[in-house]
Design a binder for this molecule. Structure first.
Ligand code: ATP
Length: 250
């Protein structure tokens, strides 16, 4: 069988004496949303940093498209097609939505537009940026300053900025955080529409969204994957219920 798009093999990470990632292995395929859930402090953020390249695991491997990328940093992984969504704090509020995405296109494309005249270069950048905005349903708001967008639209813009990297795998860290019910529904529709073309590793606290979107769910508790399976299996899993009940009791 062909190797998955993204594969984590026995990742381990400790901070001093505290083991935060304990032998985590999981995989992601194209056309799949694999959700990672777990109670607060389970180690999700630490794991995301190891996948995106901002934190080096103590041992284990991050493999992307069959290659070991464990030693590559964030930018090198993004260039290869493993992109992490940017947080709202990376959006420049005074620039239009289109300009925000065009900057990301430019960062990815580097000098590849150098043979264009300046006007042609701008048109090419804007064309690609508009395409990314269209993918997330924000093309009608392209000319608005990013700061004037609603919270949900800013989250759509973050997605467009990530898509400007032309990724094959997307790492989304709480893409629904802070959204209201209508915005969440819209983002769920957008992510469903993106799914066939990408592999998406989704870290999300909104359980209805996770169960609506995920093809597979892995549950992290105290740094370990305690369950992994299709949503129906996870819903029925006693250890998962105990991990969440434990959190509620705490
Ligand atoms: N740089 C660090 N140094 C020391 N301990 C850390 C560091 N980063 C995280 N931790 C600890 O690792 C554990 C897991 O944290 P992490 O933020 O990865 O969990 P999480 O599942 O993302 O939690 P949440 O859902 O609350 O964001 C916590 O006990 C945290 O205090």
């Amino acid at each position: 069988m062909a190797e998955s798009l993204l594969e984590l093999r026995s990742l381990r990470k400790s901070f001093g004496g505290l083991a935060v990632t304990r032998d985590v292995s999981l995989s992601l395929s194209t056309g799949e949303i694999h959700a990672l859930i777990g109670p607060n402090g389970a180690g999700k953020t630490t794991l995301v940093h190891q996948v995106s390249g901002t934190l080096r695991p103590d041992s284990g491997q991050v493999r992307f498209e069959g290659e070991d990328v464990t030693r590559l940093g964030l930018a090198a992984r993004a260039r290869r097609g493993l992109a992490r969504s940017f947080q709202i704090t990376c959006i420049i509020p005074g620039f239009s939505a289109l300009e925000n995405v065009a900057l990301a296109v430019q960062a990815r494309a580097g000098s590849s537009f150098r043979f264009f005249r300046p006007a042609g270069r701008e048109a090419a950048l804007n064309g690609e940026a508009m395409e990314a905005l269209r993918e997330v349903g924000l093309h009608g708001r392209a000319d608005l300053p990013a700061g004037a967008l609603s919270h949900g639209e800013k989250r759509q813009l973050e997605l467009a900025i990530a898509l400007a990297m032309r990724p094959r795998a997307l790492l989304l860290d709480e893409p629904l955080a802070g959204t209201g019910p209508e915005e969440a529904e819209r983002l769920i529709r957008i992510l469903s529409a993106l799914k066939p073309r990408y592999g998406i590793l989704l870290i999300e606290h909104d359980m209805p969204a996770v169960f609506a979107l995920a093809d597979r769910i892995s549950v992290l508790a105290e740094g370990r994957v305690i369950a992994s399976g299709i949503p129906a299996e996870i819903r029925a899993d006693a250890a998962v219920r105990a991990a969440y009940l434990g959190e509620e009791e705490g």
